[in-house]
Design a protein around this ligand. Sequence first.
Ligand code: CA
Length: 740
Amino acid sequence: MKIRPLPNLVNSLALLMLLSFSSVINASLVVNQTALINPKGEWLNHGRTYKEQRYSPLTDINKNNVNELDLAWSFKFDTARGMEATPILHDGVLYVSTGWSHVHAIDARSGDELWHYDAKVPKSQLAKTCCGPVNRGVAIWQKDNSSPLQIFFGSLDGRLIALDAKTGKENWSVQSTPTDGNYSITGAPRIVKDMVIIGNGGGELGVRGYITAYDVSSGEMRWRFYTVPGDRNKPQESEALKKALPTWSGEEWYKLGGGGGTVWDSIVFDPELDILYIGTGNGSPWNRDLRSPGGGDNLYLSSIVAINPDNGKYIWHYQTTPADNWDYTATQQMILAEIEINNEIRSVIMQAPKNGFFYVLDRKTGELISAEKFGHVTWATHVDMETGKPVESEFADYQENGGSYIWPSPYGAHNWQPMSYSKKTGYIYIPVQTIPAYFSGQKEVSYKVNRWNTGVNLNESRSPASWVAAKASLDALVYGELVAWDPIKQERAWTVRHPKPSNGGTLSTAGDLVFQGTWDGAFAAYDALSGDQLWQYQSDSAILAGPITYELDGEQYVAVTQGSGGVVMLTIGEEIRKNYVNQNRLLVFKRGDFNLERLTANNTMASLESVKFEHDLDIARVKNGEYLYHNNCASCHGLDAKSNYVVPDLRYMSEETHDNFATIVLGGSLTHKGMIGFYETLSLDDVGMIHDYLRDEQTSVAEKLEMTFSQKVEYWFNYAISKLGEKFPEILNATRDSIM
Ligand code: CA
C-alpha cells in the first residue's frame, strides 16, 4: 500500500477547499453524463442516477426524525388523471409532467409555477392507450456550456419534444411514431451521450415495438432498434432481427399490428460498460396461438435487451417470458448494482417484471445468476437454471385448457411503479400486487385501430374469484404489498400488506428510510431494515408515482406526485365516493411544522338512489350488452361498470347522459373529453344493448350496496357461477369458504 507524502494531502485539502468554494459561488451543476453519474443533492435522472436505484445518500431526514416531516407546500395541477411522473430537481426548479402531456416548471423554494407547456394532444388519442393519458416524467440535459439546458419528454400522441428549461419554449419536436397506427408514448426519455432515447406503447392494441435515439440539439434521428421482426417476406432491419425471425411462426403477428414488444418504460444506461439496456413488452396479440401459430419463443418479446448506445446494435438479451401468452411485460424498472454473490462482486442488472419472478443477471454478459418468485405465481413452477427458461405449469396454456385461472393477471405482480435499492440494507423495495385473472382465448382477432386486439376474451377473463373479492370489498384475494427483497438470497426480508393493489413506487435513503404512497392517498415512511412504519401523511387522492428526495439550501426535501389512475385503478379500483374529485398534486415535504390545511379525502360513500326504468329489460339483451361492454368499454370505465373517480362511473349516469347515450357512444359527441365515437366497431343495436346492460347495473347497484357483508359474498358468488357455470366450482367454493 502506497503511503501518500504530506504535500499531496495538503494539495488535496486545498483542492477540497477550492471545490467547496466553487460550489458555493456556482451551485448549479452542468447536467451532463458526470452529473447523472453523481447528481449530489439533486435528482437528475428518472431513477436519480444512471443506475436507477432510486436511492439517495442524503441522511438529514432519517429514521430518528422522520416523524417531524410535514407538508411544506403543494402544487395543484389542472389535470384530473393518473399521475405517474417522477419529478426532476435541478438548480432550485422541479420539472414535472402530468396526464395529457403537460409539463410544469415549479420554483422549488416558493412552489410558484415558472412555466407550463401543453403539448395539446388531441383527446381522441385516448382510444390508443391502454391505461389512461399518463406520463411518467421528463429528462434534463445540457450538451455543453454554449448549449441550452433542455427538458425532453414524449407526448401521448407519439412526439418527442425538447423544451428550453428556462422558458418552456419548444426548441424542437419530432413525430416518433406513425400517426395512423395504435401507438402512444407514456414513458420518460433517457439521455445518453447527447442522444435522447425514447420508446413507445400500444401492445394491447397491436403495434411493433422499437426505441429510437435522437440528437439532443437537433432532434435528428441517430438510430432505431426494432424489438421484433417485421414482415418475413421483406429484409429485416438488423442482424438481431434475422436471428429472431426463426422464433416466430406464420405471418399473423405483423398482420395483426406488429407483434408487440414495446419499450414503454424502463431504459437504463451503464456508462462504464457503455451498454444501454431496454425492457421490452408483451406479445401482441396476447394470445400466442393467434400471434405465432406453430409456436416459438418470439424474440425479443418480454426481454431485457443490451444494446450498443452508439449505433443501436444488439449485444445480448435475456427473455423473461418466452412465448408470452399473458401480457407479461419485461418493461418494469431495471436497477444496476454491484452485489456480492459467492464471494465475488458482480455487476448486475435486476428486474421484477410482471411475470412474478425476480431476476438477477450479469449485466456484461446477460448470464442468468438467479430467478425466484417474488409474488404469487402459478403460470410457471420455477426457472430452470440449465436452460435459463421458466417451466410452464399445467395452467399456463389457456388455449389448450379451454380457459385457465392464473396468477399474476395482466396487471402484473409488479407494474410500472418503480422499485428502489438500498446499498445500505442490500434490499430491493418492490411494490407488489396480487391479482388473479381468468384467461380465455378467442378463435381469431380481427385487427382494428383504436381498439384492444388481444385475442383474449376480456369478458370471460374477468376472474370469478376477483369479482367476489373486489365487489365484496374483500382483501382475501386481491391486495398489495410493500416487499423488502433480498436479491442475494432471493427471498423476502419483510412485507407490509396493503388492503388493495395499485400502490406507489418506492424511494430508499441512507437515512434508513423507505417511502411509499398507497391507493388511499396515504404517503408513508418505513424503517428500511424492519419495515416498521415511522411516519404517515394522509392526502386526498392515490399516490402511485415514485417519490424523490433532494437537498436545497442545506435542507433535505421529499416530493411525490399524486393522482389516481393507471390500469388497476381504472378497472378494479375502489368503490365510488360521491363528489369525489381526483386531485393531481405535487406534494413537497420537509422537517418542520407548517400547519397547512390538510388535504383530506372526502370519504362519504355515494348515496345511491335506485333508478327505476319504465320498461322491463330483456335479459338476453343485457347479457349481450355485458359482453360488448367488457370488450369495448371496460378498460377505461371499469369491470362491471364499476369505475372510480378517474373517469365517469356509468352506474351514475344522469338523465341527460341516458338521453344522449347513442350520440355519445356512437357519434362521439364527447370526443373533446377523450370519449371517441365507436361508429366503426359498434352498431346502433350494439349500443342499445350496452345501454340496457348499464341500466341493469344502475338499477341493481343500490340493492348491492345495501347488502350485508355475507349477503354480498353470496350474491357475487352466485353471480360468478352464473357467468362461468360449473367451470371452476372448486375454486369458487374454496374462495367462498376462505372468506365467509
Ligand atoms: Ca401490456
